[in-house]
Design a binder for this molecule. Structure first.
Ligand code: SAH
Length: 355
């Protein structure tokens, strides 16, 4: 097989490797390989997006969840989690504040909370679209039927985030309770795409039992799905979950995976995530200089920030939205980036498969 350097250089031109080649690279990259892939990913992002970073205002509107994912602090078995849900008016107030701060995309995320029926979700989505017609609405509320996804879309939702978490079925089964299946997760993602959503998927890096082969499978899945956005972040243990004793994913591997995704899907939107900022004080900046181009600051009301805890020690739960905005801009500028006030839709030339 070619050297890692040769694999990276070929990936930079062809935007694809075989699963074995991805696995070898992920398993054996060294410091020089890391530098090479980061600089090529940085150049790729610059060629397409210049130094502009898109912002998405994140509103975590409910911490109730009917699911029991083993890694997540919101899992229903976590009786210590404080649960809350926001009223429609509170959500609209977050959007109002976000709009003034320059956000033109609102991401509504929650646990799978059955209180929010399709009618309630549609009412919230259409309410936001009526008040802020120049903004995009993204939903991130889990696995639903095709009919539900269609209803939200018809109500005005533009985008949907649903991480596949891992594309390896055996690994998936070790992270989730038996009633959750990779097959259904994938069905959701293909339905969302088919309905017309801009779709985001992704996975945790360094989750329990993950191997380089699993990550390589994630890369093959990404090439197949061709999502507009790919969000990845390190796994971080939550102390009140079965995975409390596992170690967290590393900055190094997460940033390497960001670069790998940038070279595989050159025009994808790739967030520098809060999880990355949690494991490393300058994690977000490290992600940006290795190919990321989106940030999703928190717009949730201060009163609930510390209750939406997917993992321990979550970053940025102590700052007001306005403070977050200022802090973020300073951080972006420190590495030569700037934010743009725009919906930040994915470029239309996403296809890489034909190349
Ligand atoms: N209920 C929604 C939102 C889930 S939270 C859904 O199912 O899509 C958003 C993401 O946080 C998850 O997809 C998962 O990848 C990530 N996450 C959850 N627990 C985590 C942990 N302990 N460490 C790092 N990321 C985590």
């Amino acid at each position: 097989m070619e050297s890692n350097r040769e694999l990276i250089e070929r990936l930079n031109v062809e935007h694809k490797l075989t699963q074995d080649e991805y696995a070898k690279l992920i398993d054996t990259f060294d410091e020089d390989d890391f530098k090479l892939i980061s600089s090529l990913a940085d150049k790729t992002r610059r060629d397409i997006f210049s130094n502009e970073v898109y912002l998405r205002g994140l509103i975590e509107f409910s911490s109730f969840c009917k699911n029991d994912c083993l890694y997540c602090g919101l899992r229903r078995s976590n009786t210590k989690a404080e649960r809350y849900r926001l009223e429609k008016d509170e959500i609209l107030a977050c959007c109002e504040e976000g709009y003034k701060l320059g956000y033109r995309t609102f991401v509504l995320q929650s646990g799978e909370d059955m209180f929010f029926t399709d009618d309630r979700i549609c009412d919230i989505v259409s309410g936001i679209k009526a008040d802020f017609p120049d903004c995009a609405v993204t939903l991130s509320i889990g696995e639903k039927s095709r009919e539900s996804y269609k209803a939200y879309f018809d109500a005005g939702a533009d985008r949907y985030l649903l991480r596949h978490e891992t594309a390896d079925a055996t690994h998936y089964a070790r992270l989730h309770p038996p009633e959750l299946l990779l097959e259904n997760r994938k069905r959701c993602l293909y339905d969302l795409k088919d309905i017309g959503y801009q779709v985001g998927t992704g996975f945790m890096v360094g989750s329990p039992f993950q191997t380089a082969e699993c990550l390589a499978e994630d890369m093959i899945f990404l090439r197949d799905l061709e999502p507009q956005m790919v969000g990845i972040g390190p796994f971080i243990p939550h102390s009140d979950t079965p995975f409390a004793g596992f170690s967290q994913g590393t900055t190094q591997l997460t940033v390497f995976m960001i670069a790998l995704i940038r070279l595989t899907l050159p025009s994808a939107l790739i967030p520098a995530t809060t999880a990355l900022a949690t494991v490393d004080p300058i994690g977000r900046e490290k992600g940006l200089v290795a190919g990321a181009n989106v940030c999703m600051p928190n717009l949730s009301p201060m009163s609930v920030r510390k209750k939406y805890l997917l993992y321990d020690d979550k970053a940025c739960t102590g700052d007001e939205s306005a403070q977050c905005r200022v802090c973020l801009e300073r951080r972006l500028n420190s590495v030569g980036f700037k934010s743009v006030v725009s919906r930040g839709d994915a470029p239309k030339f996403v296809n890489t498969k034909s190349r």
